[in-house]
Each structure stands twice: as structure tokens, then as C-alpha cells.
Design a protein around this ligand. Structure first.
Ligand SMILES: Cc1cc2nc3c(=O)[nH]c(=O)nc-3n(C[C@H](O)[C@H](O)[C@H](O)COP(=O)(O)OP(=O)(O)OC[C@H]3O[C@@H](n4cnc5c(N)ncnc54)[C@H](O)[C@@H]3O)c2cc1C
Length: 387
């Protein structure tokens, strides 16, 4: 059997890529190793514009909660920076249902989707990937293709199997509890806690899903995450005094920036597999969908023209704004992770909600650095490094 394109992974990146290729009339097969969509833990927060990227309207059937802002707590927790108002609006998705909606769009464009199909290896001949081997319900099968899309997340078999250079690809481990009977005020505000005592080189998130449940998680670097999360929960009886953990999950988040090459011959890599995550926030749903979308469109153009060299358009088109945001956010992350808690507290005093949004998402970093330059004590240590 041969398809015009095979997409490995039915996450946000793969489902977008497959839809875009099939929409142009090409045959596409999606292979997904799990038996359901959205199995992996996720805090499920997206900005409202993620629905534009997904090209589906926001709907209460796909979301658990509407978010109108965030509180970012510096280490001393005495004063939070409030991010609210203006254009800031987002959602806590019901991610499995959101992925079902993306899968439905891919299916309606004509994609074949095979669940419980784990790709094990890729056959390369004359420098081109020709076929792959996968295990489906205990049986080994193979499929040929003209183009291959690796959207198989952290630890990508496609990236490894096709010899992609991974550069500074770095995974931060996370743990997340889904908790019930929490007592979280202002459920339309997400809460983020920073500091070397709370979450060394990472942060804790508390995202209410509804009046009954919340995603409570942590990412840390260089230490075991769970003890820090348990300690945070213990230290906040006002939220979690009578709460119970119903589900425990986690996974790696690639925070080291984009891999240096996204295309090799007739293969493209997108999403977590390619490190296309905003490093400071660890947010990768929208950036991965955007990558899948552009990668898929480019594969369709290459199929139309019968010319694999067209794939090079994908990294070029992704670099603005996405690639550039990822690299700016990485730069800010490197500065922030070098700061002691005392400096984080100072930043908490000086920065506004808009400043934090710009820094975290790699937007107008220079503007924030210029603002910090007005404070001589922080200018030397922090602002100069941001420019
Ligand atoms: C705990 C946690 C919380 C997070 N919270 C947020 C958040 O609040 N907001 C946000 O924007 N981002 C968040 N992220 C990041 C976000 O989940 C990812 O960036 C995003 O899902 C990446 O999409 P993807 O399609 O590239 O990869 P994935 O979503 O990982 O999808 C890859 C798919 O490939 C499949 N696969 C893997 N290997 C194979 C194989 N060999 N054969 C077949 N299939 C395979 C996997 O089963 C999976 O379904 C979080 C991540 C974690 C771990």
C-alpha cells in the first residue's frame, strides 16, 4: 500500500498537518500508537487565538473553562502580578475532545486514521525515506509513502530514525495531578508560582477546569518534581485542604528551542518532536498546530509540483512569527533561570502583566528590557542580558 503522505502522531501537530495535505486531494494516513486521543497529561491552557490556528470555532463542547487572566506569583508570594484585561482571553480545553474535533476535520478532508499503530522504524533508500514499519494490535505491518511527517512528540521515532540533528533539544520533566474538591478562588484566572524553593528552574501551575476539578502541576529541572508538587499542595491548605488527587500523569516538555533542521529529503518534523514549544511557558498546543498546518501545506505543494525541495518553504514560513518567538522566549528563559529568588521578587515588583506576557511569549522583549534599564540595580544583572 502507498500513500502520498504518512503522518506519525495524532496530536495537535499531526492532525493539522494531515488535514492540510488531504484538503488538497492527496491520500494521507495518520498512525497513532495510543488507543485514544489526548491520553498524555496536559494542563490544557490555550489563548483564544489557538482556535483561529485550529481553524475551528471555540465551543463550550471543546473547553472546560474560560480564562480571563493570570496571577503570576514571585517566590515570596506576597504580591502576585495580575495579567488581565485588554485582549487577554483564553481557555482550559477539554483536550481529548478538542483533538477529536481536529481528527474530525482531518477525516472530513479524507485522511485515514489508524489508532493503536506504533511506528517502530523507517526504511531509508538512496537518502529518501520510503516506507515505515509499525505494530498494530500485535501485528507488524508496513506502508510506503512519498512524504513523511514526524509529529510524534517528545522522543520522536521519525526524527531519530531519519537522522535529524537535534541541536540543543532539552526536555523538562513534569508531573500533573487532576484534583477534585479544590477551593480555588477566581476560577477564571490561572495561577503560576515561581521560585527556586517552589519549583527549581520551572514553575507550578494551578488551572481550574470547573467548580469541581483543577489541573495542578509542576515542571522542574535537575530534581525530582513530585516532592516539590506535594510540598506546594501541603503549603496551600486554603486551596487543597479537602482536595483529592484523582489522576496522576506527566511527561516531558521540550524547552530547549527548535531543532536546527526541520526538513530532510522527503521528511518534515513538527510540534514537540521539533521543539516547537514556547520555552518559558511550556505551551506547545498552538505552536504545534501552527507548525503542522504550515508543514502540511508545504507537503501538499511539494506533491503538486513533484518537487521535494519545496519542503524548505516550511522552516522559512514558520520562522516568523513562531520560530522567532520561540528563540526570544528561550533567551528570556536562560536569563530567568540564572536569577536568585531575590531578583525574581524584584521582577515581580517591577513588571506589569503586559510585560510578563511579552517576556514569556518572546514578543516585545526589548521594550521590557528598556523598562528594566530604568532601574540601575536590575539593569546590570537582568536587563542587559535580555537585549
Ligand atoms: C504536563 C504537561 C502540561 C502541558 N500543558 C500545556 C498547556 O497548558 N498549554 C499548552 O499549549 N501546552 C501544554 N503542554 C505542551 C503540549 O501538550 C504539547 O506541546 C503539544 O501537545 C504538542 O503537540 P504534538 O502534536 O507535537 O505532540 P503530542 O501532543 O505529544 O502528540 C504526539 C502524538 O504522537 C503519538 N506517537 C508518539 N510516538 C509514536 C509512534 N512511534 N508511533 C505512533 N504514534 C506515536 C503520541 O501517542 C501522541 O499522540 C503540556 C505538556 C505537558 C507534558
Amino acid at each position: 500500500m502507498e500513500y502520498d503522505a504518512v503522518v506519525v502522531g495524532a496530536g495537535p501537530a499531526g492532525l493539522m498537518a494531515a488535514r492540510k495535505i488531504a484538503k488538497k486531494g492527496f491520500s494521507v494516513l495518520i498512525l497513532e500508537k495510543e488507543k485514544d486521543l489526548g491520553v498524555r497529561a496536559c494542563a490544557e491552557a490555550v489563548s483564544a487565538s489557538a482556535f483561529e490556528t485550529a481553524e475551528i470555532p471555540p465551543s463550550p463542547s471543546l473547553t472546560s473553562n474560560i480564562i480571563n487572566g493570570a496571577y503570576v506569583f514571585p517566590p515570596d508570594e506576597s504580591k502576585a502580578v495580575k495579567i488581565a484585561g485588554g485582549d487577554y482571553k483564553g481557555y482550559i480545553l477539554n483536550k481529548p475532545l478538542f483533538l477529536y474535533a481536529l481528527a474530525s476535520k482531518a477525516a472530513s478532508a479524507g485522511c485515514d486514521i489508524q489508532m493503536r499503530s506504533e511506528v517502530k522504524g523507517i526504511k531509508i533508500e538512496d537518502g529518501r525515506a520510503r516506507s515505515l514499519v509499525y505494530e498494530r494490535k500485535g501485528e507488524i505491518q508496513s506502508v510506503n509513502f512519498k512524504y513523511l511527517v514526524g509529529a510524534d512528540g517528545v522522543g520522536s521515532v521519525v526524527a531519530r530514525g531519519c537522522g535529524f540533528e537535534m541541536g540543543s533539544y532539552e526536555i523538562i520533566p513534569t508531573i500533573q495531578y487532576v484534583m477534585v474538591n479544590c477551593n480555588i478562588p477566581e476560577r477564571d484566572m490561572i495561577r503560576v508560582y515561581m521560585g527556586n524553593e517552589v519549583a527549581p528552574l520551572g514553575y507550578v501551575w494551578v488551572f481550574a477546569k470547573n467548580e469541581y476539578m483543577a489541573n495542578v502541576g509542576i515542571g522542574v529541572r535537575g530534581r525530582a518534581a513530585k516532592p516539590y508538587l506535594d510540598r506546594f499542595i501541603e503549603r496551600h491548605p486554603e486551596f487543597f485542604g479537602n482536595a483529592k488527587v484523582i489522576k496522576e500523569g506527566g511527561g516531558g516538555v521540550p524547552v530547549g528551542g527548535q531543532i536546527p533542521e526541520l526538513v530532510k529529503g522527503n521528511v518534515v518534523i513538527c510540534g514537540d518532536a521539533a521543539g516547537q514549544v514556547i520555552p518559558i511557558t511550556g505551551g506547545g498546543i498552538r505552536t504545534s498546530m501552527a507548525a503542522g498546518s504550515i508543514a502540511g501545506e508545504t507537503v501538499a505543494e511539494a506533491l503538486e509540483a513533484g518537487d521535494a525541495s519545496i519542503l524548505k518553504r516550511y522552516p522559512m514560513r514558520y520562522s516568523e512569527p513562531w520560530g522567532s518567538r520561540i528563540s526570544k522566549s528561550l533567551k528570556v528563559l536562560r536569563v530567568i533561570e540564572s536569577l536568585p529568588d531575590s531578583d525574581l521578587n524584584t521582577l515581580g515588583e517591577l513588571l506589569s502583566g503586559d510585560d510578563i506576557i511579552d517576556l514569556a511569549n518572546g514578543l516585545d522583549v526589548k521594550r521590557v528590557a528598556a523598562k528594566l534599564m530604568l532601574h540601575p540595580m536590575v539593569a546590570v544583572r537582568i536587563a542587559s542580558k535580555l537585549i
